[in-house]
Write a protein that binds this ligand. Structure first.
Ligand code: CA
Length: 223
């Protein structure tokens, strides 16, 4: 597991790197926004997770995240933020971050989030899931619609996989939170809706498309 740590506070970066290395992660540190984006673009397949501070010299974390997703770089992103406003959290999720931690955080919290983000589908289930013209491969994490690749973030992928494993069933927000978010997750309540909205946009269907909203409960994937 290799992590790119984008953090300009040198003391924090060094401490995190040391802690993560003790847990078996390989960690690269970049302290500048633009340099970080360049590194990610050129070495996208090297990293399993990007830990991204929000306030950075030359380019902020939000912009880095947006540009990564615009370049179809799907590596999971965990944002470190000193800002606690909900507005920013929504913006982050819309810009393609998979999760965030508000500073100051404990190291235990950080490693729990990283474990959740790096949870890979089990290798022993090679089946490809199909629904309408959507195909999802749980092993390669590749999703196509009508033969065209659909780049999804880890959370969006997890949501779609869960829906495709439960076709025609009404899935509640609570189900989704407990299956796809960390046990200790204490985020804001519409986090699921934000990710579903992104997923719909990427799949090219609105509210009336494949993923129906079931008012007051959750969602249903039409099989
Ligand atoms: Ca900073």
């Amino acid at each position: 597991m290799k992590i790119l740590l984008v953090e300009d506070e040198q003391k924090l970066a060094t401490a995190l790197k040391r802690g993560l290395e003790l847990q078996g992660y390989a960690v690269d540190i970049v302290g500048d926004g633009k340099k970080a984006l360049t590194r990610i673009s050129l070495h996208r397949s090297d990293y399993d997770i990007v830990i991204l501070d929000l306030m950075l010299p030359s380019m902020d974390g939000l912009e880095i995240c947006k540009q990564m997703r615009a370049e179809d770089i799907t590596v999971p992103v965990l944002v470190l933020t000193a800002r606690a406003e909900t507005d920013n959290k929504v913006k982050l999720l819309l810009s393609g971050a998979d999760d965030y931690l508000v500073k100051p955080f404990s190291f235990a919290e950080l490693s729990a989030r990283l474990r959740a983000l790096s949870r890979r589908p089990t290798e022993s289930v090679p089946e490809v899931l199909r629904s309408d013209d959507i195909e999802l491969n749980p092993v390669t994490r590749r999703v196509t619609r009508d033969g065209h690749s659909v780049p999804l973030t880890l959370k969006e992928f997890g949501l779609l996989e869960y829906f495709m494993r439960n076709p025609d069933k009404v899935v509640s927000r609570e189900d989704l939170l407990s299956h796809l978010w960390d046990f200790n997750y204490v985020g804001f309540s519409n986090v699921v809706d934000v990710h579903v909205k992104n997923l719909r946009r990427k799949l090219g269907g609105g509210d009336t498309g494949l993923l129906e909203t079931v008012r007051g409960i959750g969602y249903r994937l039409r099989a």
